[in-house]
Structure formats: C-alpha cells, structure tokens
Design a binder for this molecule. Structure first.
Ligand code: NAD
Length: 490
C-alpha cells in the first residue's frame, strides 16, 4: 500500500509519524537528491532530515499546479468546499501528530500553543471553505448590465515563516483554494516538517497538483517570486525579505500580499484597571516566546503606577516555566532557531552594555542546551534604545513609563512599522479615541489578538501590503473582472 493510500484510510487514531519526510509535487510524494537538518530548538540537536528540492522539482510543482488549475478553477465553489472539508477531516485525523511535530520543530508548548494552532488551522479551513465571493451587479439599466466577477488568479506561491508554520500556511491555503487557485508552498527551512506532512496528507484528498509543498534551501524563494507561471506570491516573513519579494515580483508584475514585521505598542491608559490585565499583557508579549508578528513589543504604562505595574508583571512572569514544549508544566518554550537565538542575545548584550534596569531575566544560561531565552523585563529603557526601536521577536519586554497621551501616541507612531497595537483603559471611548490615532493595520481595545476568518488582518507602513482574511483578503486571491453586457441583442 502506498503512503498516499494509507493516508486515505487514516482515522482519528492515526499513529504519531516519525518520518521520512517527502516533497509533494503534482500529487506524488517525492524524495530529493539533497537533504538538510531540521533542529529541535529545545535541545539544539538535529531532529530530522528534510528533503531539499532542486529548482527542477520546484518547476515541476509549479507546472503541475498550472495544469491542475484548468479543472480546479472550473469545478465551482461547492465542489471545492467538499474537497476542503475532506482535507480538514484528514488533517483532524492527524491532529495529535501535527501538534507534537510542531512542538518538536518549533519549540512552542503543546497544550497552550501547538494544539490550539493546529485546531485553529483546521477550523479555519472549514469556515473559509463555506465563504463565497458572489457576482456583484454594479450597474443595471434597461439596455445593459455591468457585473463584477472575482475570478481565480492561477498558481499562488506561498512563502511562510517559522513562528506559526501550520497556521500561517493554512491561512493561505484555504482562501486560495476555495476561490479556485492552486498553490505551491515553500515553508521556512527552519520549520519545514509540519508543512511537508500537511502537504503529504493533502495528496490523499485533493486532486493532483492543487496543493504542492516544496522545502529546500535559499534559492527556492527567489525562484518562486520571479517565476512567470506564478500569478501571486502570498508571503509572510520579515520586512527585509518582503522588500526582496516585491522587487523580484515586479519583473512579471505578479500580485503580492506581504505580511511583515512589526513593533506593536500597547498603551495602558491612566485610568486602566491595570492589575487585572497583567496576564493578558504578559501573554500578548511573551506568548510563543515573543515570536509573534503582532506580539506586544513595547509596553507603555502610565507613570502614576508604572513601578507597581512592573512588580506585578514580574511576579506573574516568575510563575511561568521555561523549557521543552513537550513538558506539560512548561508555559514558555525556546526561541526557534540558533540564528534567532544569537540575534536575541545582541538585544540582551545591548541592554547590559548600556546599563538599563533589568527587573527580571537578562542572562542566558551558557550551559543549557537548546535556544532558551529567559523571560526578561526591562524597566523603563529609553525611547531610543534598541529594545524599544527594533523588533526583538523574543520574550524580552520593555515596560516604558509615559506621562502624556499625545506624547505616547507620537512615540507609538514613530516607527517604520505599523502592524498592530492595543489600548487598554476603563473609559472605552477614550481608549478608542487613542486607538484611532495609531498608524497600524489593526488595533485592539481592551482585548488582544482576537482574530477571525471575517476579520481583515494586515499591516500599515512597512509592516505589509494587502490584507489576509475578511472578504478583502479573499478577494486578493482573485482578479476583479468587470463584465459589461449589452442587453438589446438577447
Ligand atoms: P524571513 O523573512 O527570514 O523568512 C520568511 C520566508 O521567506 C522563509 O520561508 C524564507 O526561506 C523565505 N525567504 C528568504 N529569503 C527569500 C527571498 N529572497 N525571496 C523569497 N523568499 C525568501 O522571516 P522569518 O524569520 O521566517 O519570520 C520572522 C518574521 O516574520 C518577523 O519579522 C515577523 O514579524 C514576521 N511575521 C509577520 C507576520 C504577519 O502576519 N505580518 C506573521 C508572522 C511573522
């Protein structure tokens, strides 16, 4: 029995998978001539080998997606919904395996982060599969009618990062496929395993070529962004790479959606019931070990209670356990890879060298294997410090005192980024008024990180281009096509 056939008979009790990992190209599982190590961030040791596709294999996946597009784009929403439901069912049968693998390759805690990530991804596939983009009549007279159709674009190239490798990829798959496109995914080389597995699972339920997953080294991404047969790149990653993507995509004028970096500010208003929101603010900053694009990266707290707030935040942080995400007591995992670990250490070095006050953490245990950064709280660093100005992408939280609302809004906006932000206060109207002044793609008031399939998600300024989710996000996987019909000849 082939692997694909055995997947077809998968049940809720599917055993935990232990490799090997395959590329999925045009409905087939494929090996590669080369491979690369994937590391477990909790140990720093190799976890598995992932296949390194060559350019010819990537071209094959794109060609297969192009061929599949001809029929996939024509079968209609209802049939595609059935396929996506079957895909969600197949993923659900492998939910425990995917969640565990996500911990092993990414580091996040199993119960509080990895399982919810897989569950949310599966749920979103089902919800998005039920969405439609109807034909809109934009004008009608006695003699003519003008319709706006949203037709699929063709082959979508998805390029994904390592912080939420399951969710961020499937956020792209569902809207691209339901609107009639086909897709080739290139996962981050740091976390390819979950993507290779959900690609493999897709081959058991989706028609060949509709969804391929191709892992490999640094040459694959630029090849995708320049490829003439890819109609759109849906990219999530850093702002620096996003600039390469947009430059490269210009050559073929392909569509791009870019979800990029951020330096989100949380502003806690003078009237805030600050004691009650410490846990929400803590997890908003430290969840996923701070590796969230929309994580709180600057926490502005009114000076009247700043010192007490820092104490409460530190007390809450002390109750958390840092360690391997498979340990059920662990609430904060490692950072995902060595490169990120070394980068994060430059923030800690800078904090130390400049003598900023560290209320908690600050020191990496040199004898501890794995990429563990202790939760670090920096007490009121200056506005121009590295930890305030740059995206740390780590569990290091600067808690900054402010006196004046106009001033804190100006500081929050003084950034090339504009992804998200949050405002917290008892007087909701006053908090909303501040939220409305933030130059961001999203802002939460008295809540954080609420998301939904109908809630647009995207960045302002250098945090992105275009939107994911919502009807706006789904429409960006389509070509708005105006059809003008003269009635008199019918
Ligand atoms: P990254 O930019 O280094 O890599 C992202 C992906 O791009 C990877 O798959 C990588 O292999 C690929 N890539 C690298 N060079 C490329 C090139 N020249 N052309 C095409 N593809 C290329 O990002 P990362 O370090 O994996 O992720 C962390 C960053 O992602 C952070 O800045 C974070 O804020 C951002 N992020 C943004 C969102 C969002 O929705 N806005 C979500 C998650 C992460």
């Amino acid at each position: 029995m082939s692997i694909a056939t055995s997947l077809r008979t998968a049940t809720q009790t599917a055993p935990l998978f232990d490799g090997p990992y395959y590329l999925s190209i045009g409905g087939q599982l494929a090996t590669a001539e080369a491979s690369f190590d994937v590391f477990n961030p909790a140990t720093g040791k190799p976890l598995a080998q992932a296949p390194a596709a060559n350019i010819a294999q990537l071209d094959d996946a794109i060609a297969a997606a192009r061929t599949a597009f001809k029929s996939w784009s024509m079968i209609g929403y209802d049939r595609r919904q059935q396929y996506l439901e079957a895909y969600a069912d197949a993923l659900a049968a492998h939910r425990d395996e995917l969640a565990r693998l996500l911990v092993l390759e990414q580091g996040k805690p199993l119960k509080t982060m990895a399982e919810p990530e897989v569950d949310q991804a599966i749920s979103w596939i089902r919800q998005i599969a039920a969405r439609r983009i109807p034909v809109e009549i934009v004008e009608e007279t006695d003699s003519h009618v003008v319709e706006l159709h949203h037709t699929p674009l063709g082959v979508i190239g998805a390029i994904t990062p390592w912080n939420f490798p399951v969710l961020l990829a499937l956020w792209k798959v569902a809207p691209a496929l339901i609107t009639g496109n086909t897709m080739v995914i290139k996962p981050s080389p740091f976390t390819p395993l979950t993507s290779l597995r959900f690609g493999q699972i897709a081959q058991s339920v989706l028609p060949p070529g509709v969804l391929s997953v191709v892992s490999g080294n640094d040459e694959l991404g630029p090849h995708m962004t320049a490829h003439p047969d890819i109609a759109k790149i849906s990219f999530t990653g850093s702002t620096a790479t996003g600039k390469h993507v947009i430059r490269s995509a210009a050559g073929t004028m392909k569509r791009v959606t870019l979800e990029l970096g951020g330096n989100d500010a949380a502003i806690v208003m003078p009237d805030a019931d600050w004691e009650s929101i410490v846990p929400q603010l803590f997890w908003g900053a430290v969840g996923n070990s701070g590796q969230w694009c929309v994580g709180i990266k600057r926490l502005y707290v009114h000076r009247s209670y700043h010192a007490r707030f820092v104490d409460a935040f530190v007390a809450y942080a002390r109750r958390q356990k840092l360690g391997d995400g498979l340990d059920p007591e662990v609430t904060v995992g490692p950072v995902q890879n060595r490169m990120q670990f070394e980068k994060v250490r430059t923030f800690l070095d800078d904090i130390k060298a400049r003598g900023y006050k560290v209320a908690l953490g600050g020191e990496v245990d040199p004898d501890r294997p794995g990429y563990f950064i202790p939760v670090t709280v920096v007490d009121n660093p200056p506005e121009d410090s590295m930890i305030v100005q740059e995206e740390q992408f780590a569990p290091i939280v600067p808690i900054i005192a402010y006196d004046d609302i106009d001033d804190v809004v100006e500081r929050a906006n003084a950034s090339p980024y504009g992804l998200g932000g949050s405002v917290w206060g008892r007087d909701t109207r006053a908090a909303v008024a501040v939220a409305n002044r933030l130059e961001t793609g999203m802002v939460w008031v008295n809540e954080i990180h609420t998301q939904g399939v109908d809630i647009p998600f995207g960045g302002h300024k250098q945090s992105g281009l275009g939107t994911e989710h919502g009807s706006e996000g789904r429409q960006l996987f389509t070509n708005p096509k105006t059809v003008l019909i003269h009635k008199s000849r019918s």
